[in-house]
Every structure is written in C-alpha cells, then in structure tokens.
Ligand binder design. Structure first.
Ligand SMILES: *Cc1c(COP(=O)(O)O)cnc(C)c1O
Length: 372
C-alpha cells in the first residue's frame, strides 16, 4: 500500500546524497582498487533500487546481493555494464537463470562449480563467476581441502572464467583482532592458486584495515548506509536513514501507574506519557523497551514500558506541552541518536536496526537537485 505523507504514522527519510558522499569517501580510501557495493536485503532496508541507481551514477559497477531473486528484481534498474553478483550462488537447478537475467554467481562449493561448469559445457561458452574461498569464517566458500581437489582436477573449472577470487573477513571492525592478519595471509596463499583472477576481500570495515586488504575490488555495505565501520572510533560517514514517528496522544498519570504491556515501567511521580505510532511491527525492536530514547524538538525523552506492535511510549514529563501536540513528529533515528546509538541500546548492531525497518513508513528519498 502506498503511504501518504499526511496520513502516515512515521516518516523514513533516506538521504541519497549521503550515500553518494559515503561512496566517494570509501573510493578515496581505496585508491586504485575498485569500490563495489553490497545492496542485499533491499539495500540494507533502505531501498536497493534507488541506492544502486545513485551508486551507478557515482561510478560503481559491481553490485552484490545475497539471493538470485534480489538480482532479478534489481536487474532492470541498472544498465547492462553493471555487474550483479549473487553471493549465495545459484539455487540448485537455476543456473541458466543467471544467463537469462544477466547476473553472475559466486561459486561457494565444488558442487556449485560443477553445476556452473556443466552449464558452460552445455552452452559451449565460457561463463564468468567469482569463486569464494573460506579463510576463517566457516560460513561460505571452498575449504582449503576443496581447493586442493580443484588444483588436482583443473578440468572441474573448465569453461569457467574466474573473474575474482573472494573471501570475507570475520572480525574486521575490531582492528586489533589478530584474526584479520591470519585471514589476510590465508587469502594471499589461496588466491595464488588462481593466477589469472583478480581478488576481493574487504567489506566496509576491511577498507579501514589498510591497503593490504584492498586488493582489486571492495564490497562495502554498511558504511555506504552510514553505519560506523570501525568499533570505538569516530564515524567518518554520513547518516543516511532518519526516522520520525508521529505523536498520537499524551496523558497525565499519577505516581505508581504502570505503562504498557506487562506494566514493566511504573511512574514514581505524576508523569506525562506520549504515545508514538511506531512499534516492533515497524522494526522498532522490542529489546528497546525501557531503554530507547526519542527526541522532541531537541529534548530527549526516554522510552518507558514495553514496545508494543504499533506504539511506543515516552516519558515526556520534562518537555513543555507546546512541543507535544498530536501530529508532532518525534525523532527516533537522527543525528543525535544514530543507527549505531539505537543499536547499542538494543544490544545489537546497526545492520540489524536498518534491515529491520518496516514497510509501514512513508519513505522519502532526498538527493541533489537534478539539473533540468
Ligand atoms: C554483507 C557482505 C558484505 C558487506 O559487508 P559490510 O560489513 O556491510 O560492509 C561484503 N561481503 C560479503 C560476503 C557479505 O556477505
């Protein structure tokens, strides 16, 4: 259902100019390495299509999604010289759809390599792919044992144009973690087994580990969307998502009144409570119950009581009533309360806050004024 600005309970503003800024900053960091973009999960919840379109304008040509379906949905939005790369590889039996829809698989197992090679043989055509090797995450990609098998049976890769060898870092946001160096060393050893192929290792945080981690192509996601790439350091990126919820009503309650499901918060004195039209069905995580904060005209208001499906409740006792008119918008994600701030309060990471953002919001995209 199309949301209307006047009727909506909440507005999610997505700043595409900030996406552009973040892409340029990352590209600058990368120097001569190319900067791709992870736009999986609908561009981390912010809209794969509008995000990918501005990134293409900024020069991005490698777009990473998780599922084949995501690539098929995004394909018409991007010119043909944009590579659409499916990180899960092909679902069994769907290999030919990659040709139909002009996208490229990441091959994560010997089985996926065999199936891709079989399609190449059938079509009598060399088919491009990325091969993923596991360097210590134990999640996706070939193990070193499987790579040995591949080395002793080069025919397994016959017909496959391995454009890149890639791997993924497990602990990159922690710059002091020795795992980063171990994975880098393993990656360098394994990629030497694919002498004709380029290499890709870094996600957002990996870009900030230094040029040794950059190789030919980086695959940032979170940083493009403004999430802090390095734990414990100032975030050089611009916020992309701004969320405001509508104030529905306020009420005065006497001391000792329970608020919300389970009465998990009780007023200690006479208090004023404001009810906001955003809840866990909108991705405002229930773990923010009694922990989150909102801002009204710049004043902080703590969330009290449990998050409901469609509402949250704020203690606004210290905010003047003039700011509390029904229909007012309160800031839930803002410059003073960033995605990372919200995530910390919810005991999670900015990625989960963004990808949880719901579908009931009125979404407003802003970008540089297009010249006419
Ligand atoms: C999601 C993902 C990325 C992007 O990671 P960020 O931390 O968001 O920059 C890169 N590579 C792989 C394999 C991924 O799954």
């Amino acid at each position: 259902m199309q949301q209307l600005a006047e009727r909506t309970g909440a507005v999610l503003r997505i700043d595409l100019q900030a996406v552009r800024y973040n892409y340029r900053l990352l590209r600058h960091r990368l120097g001569s390495a190319q900067c791709g973009a992870a736009v999986k999960a609908d561009g981390y919840g912010l809209g794969a299509e509008p995000v990918a379109k501005v990134l293409y304008q900024e020069g991005c040509r490698h777009f990473f999604v998780a599922h084949l379906e995501e690539a098929i949905a995004l394909r018409p939005a991007l010119p043909i010289d944009a590579h659409l790369i499916v990180m899960h590889g092909s679902p069994v039996g769907c290999e030919s759809e990659f040709i139909t829809h002009g996208c490229m698989p990441v091959l994560n197992s010997l089985q996926q390599i065999e199936d891709w090679a079989a399609l190449a043989a059938q079509r009598q055509q060399r088919l491009p792919a990325i091969v993923q090797v596991d360097t210590g995450m134990a999640r996706m990609g070939l193990s070193s044992h499987e790579i040995q098998i591949l080395q002793s049976n080069p025919a397994l890769c016959a017909g496959i144009d391995v454009q890149y060898v890639m791997s993924h870092l497990a602990c990159a946001e922690d710059q002091t973690n020795p795992m980063n160096r171990q994975q880098l060393d393993t990656f360098n050893a394994l990629r030497a087994l694919f002498p004709g192929s380029k290499a890709s290792l870094a996600n957002s945080a990996g870009i900030f580990l230094g040029s040794e981690f950059h190789f030919d192509l980086a695959r940032p996601g979170a940083a493009l969307y403004g999430v802090a790439p390095v734990a414990g350091q100032e975030n050089p990126l611009r916020a992309v998502a701004h969320l405001q919820g509508r104030l529905i009503q306020t009420r005065e309650i006497p001391a000792g009144t329970g608020v919300g499901y389970g009465s998990t918060w009780r007023s200690k004195e006479t208090s004023r409570i404001a009810t906001i039209a955003v809840g866990y069905a909108d991705g405002w995580l229930r773990s923010l119950s009694n922990r989150g904060v909102a801002h009204i005209a710049g004043f902080a208001a703590p969330m009290v009581g449990n998050v409901s499906m469609d509402t949250i409740t704020l203690d606004v006792s210290n905010i003047a009533p003039v700011y509390l008119q029904p229909g007012t918008f309160v800031d839930l994600i803002s410059a003073t309360n960033t995605v990372d701030d919200v995530a910390a309060k919810a005991n999670t990471i900015g990625y989960e806050i963004l990808t949880s953002l719901g579908t009931r919001y009125y979404r407003e995209y802003t970008d540089i004024a297009q010249a006419t």
